[in-house]
Design a binder for this molecule. Sequence first.
Ligand SMILES: Cc1cc2nc3c(=O)[nH]c(=O)nc-3n(C[C@H](O)[C@H](O)[C@H](O)COP(=O)(O)OP(=O)(O)OC[C@H]3O[C@@H](n4cnc5c(N)ncnc54)[C@H](O)[C@@H]3O)c2cc1C
Length: 556
Amino acid sequence: MTADTRVRDLIRWFGDPADPANPVGRAALLAADEQGEPSAAGEWLLDEYGFGAEFVPVELGGRFTQLDDLVRVAREVFRRDVGLGLGYGITSFMASVNVWAAGTPQQRKQLAGLLLDGGKVSVGYHELAHGNDFLRNEFTADRTPGGYRLNGTKEVVNNADRAGAWVLFARTDPAPGARSHSVLLTGPEDCADGAVTFLPRYPTTGVRGCRLTGLDFRDCEIPAGALVGTEGQGAELALRSFQVTRSALPGMAVGTLDTCLRTVLGFALGRRLYRRRVLDLPHAASVLTGAFADLLLCDSLALAAARAVHLLPGQSSVTGAAVKYLVPKLLTRTANDLSVILGARFYVREGEHALFGKHLRDLPVLSLGHAGPTACLATLIPQLPRLARNPGPPAPDALFTPGGPLTPGIPYDHLTVTADGDALTGVLEESSAPNDPYVQTLLGQLSRELNVVRKALLALPPAERTPLAGPASFRLADRYVHFMAAAAALGVWRAAADDFLADPAWLATALHRTATRLSLRPAPPPAEHTARLHAELLRRHDENRSFDLYDLCLNG
Ligand SMILES: Cc1cc2nc3c(=O)[nH]c(=O)nc-3n(C[C@H](O)[C@H](O)[C@H](O)COP(=O)(O)OP(=O)(O)OC[C@H]3O[C@@H](n4cnc5c(N)ncnc54)[C@H](O)[C@@H]3O)c2cc1C
């Protein structure tokens, strides 16, 4: 089944969001969130659809072939409810990649069976005492004659109390360092009564339907067959798995901003003030077209990052950290900009616009969870000076082709902890620019500034090239990621076959917004570009089509 078919199926299964009688419509999803529970109807739908198969490689009976397809399919869930997307499935994906990457055939088969049967798998990486500094984790797995003895607590684990299996990051050696941890695949069936306790659920501000609990192990004996990969391989395995999951998660949430934009545009079309529609107020129109351009910019970087895992796996440590840093941040910021148009309504927790408020509460969790924004920049900082000196050849068009076929499966063995190049930013300098004077001027400005940033990176003293660097290094890394996003948008324009994506209008606004964020004070985009973007925004709204790179009909 192609990704297109799966996406269309999910759209049909979810039905009309505005129908008050739809058990997975807007009203029902909001009601579940208000009660702080996962949507029972939403989970039933995903069980029936067999959503768990999306995470299982085809050779193990699932539907996973390429990461950008998984992003598209999961986007349909995130379009409706971030809590359902994260809570139902995505932590199963985060957990399972460790096993697909290094598990034995038996472990892979066992986990595939669990997910294909609708089961869930939780992942316990973090401990509250150590956060992102997970090499300091204290949860232990001590060798015993029959396997391992687990002791310690994993405090914030999604679905811990209802998962059929847990992937745990545990200390197998008391010595400090990167070889002291291992990954274990275990579950409730391995543990004797009383050896593991579920901690009470955490109440949260957003994603209230996620079941965030914890696991407390006391002398819990598990078999030796639980070890995934080799002893001491845990940190390396986690870092490789993070590259896959960080490259995918932000793109899923593009569907959440799509709903925010649709909601606010619908309001702006219907609401009249000063004897005209809100949409006809220049400020409102510019916020809406700007949000559309940001959404396309985010989707461009998300697409490039997901496809890089297949095409440029040696660079995924950089593209994965970049997309995980920037896309959740931009999606949240853009949703905040849109809230201004909705005015007081976005604060109301019932009625037509309440889902917007829920999305606004839920989006920040995508920045916080898995790896915070600062931790993502800290991954980039040690690598950027080397990449500034030698970024390597620019990315091929295949990186930017939505839905373009790829060799199935993730090349886990080619994912490396440090990147061998940065093919993305190379696109900014080496691509043929659109035959459009405004875009050419902007690209010139961006390329010059990229060189300034590269020189500054090369001049950083050794102490400023570590994760413990000062704010100046973090500012440089932040600027660098914006160039990566601009390059991804240029790449998508360059590779586009579709009339709208091949037109420079959206690119002009996306680059303008990037240059503004970089304080380059660019001239505003020409009126004809803004008008083209505005017309496309209205067309997609009128025809109920998605605002992302896929221009997909949402009628089912
Ligand atoms: C909804 C949700 C679900 C979750 N589910 C799970 C789960 O299923 N399994 C699991 O294991 N965990 C889970 N977590 C836990 C979470 O992902 C981790 O706790 C988190 O990634 C660690 O980040 P922290 O916010 O605790 O930050 P800390 O590591 O405590 O960092 C605090 C601050 O210090 C700064 N900082 C951190 N590192 C650096 C650095 N290198 N350089 C400079 N500054 C730095 C940053 O400003 C950061 O915000 C979940 C969290 C949430 C919100």
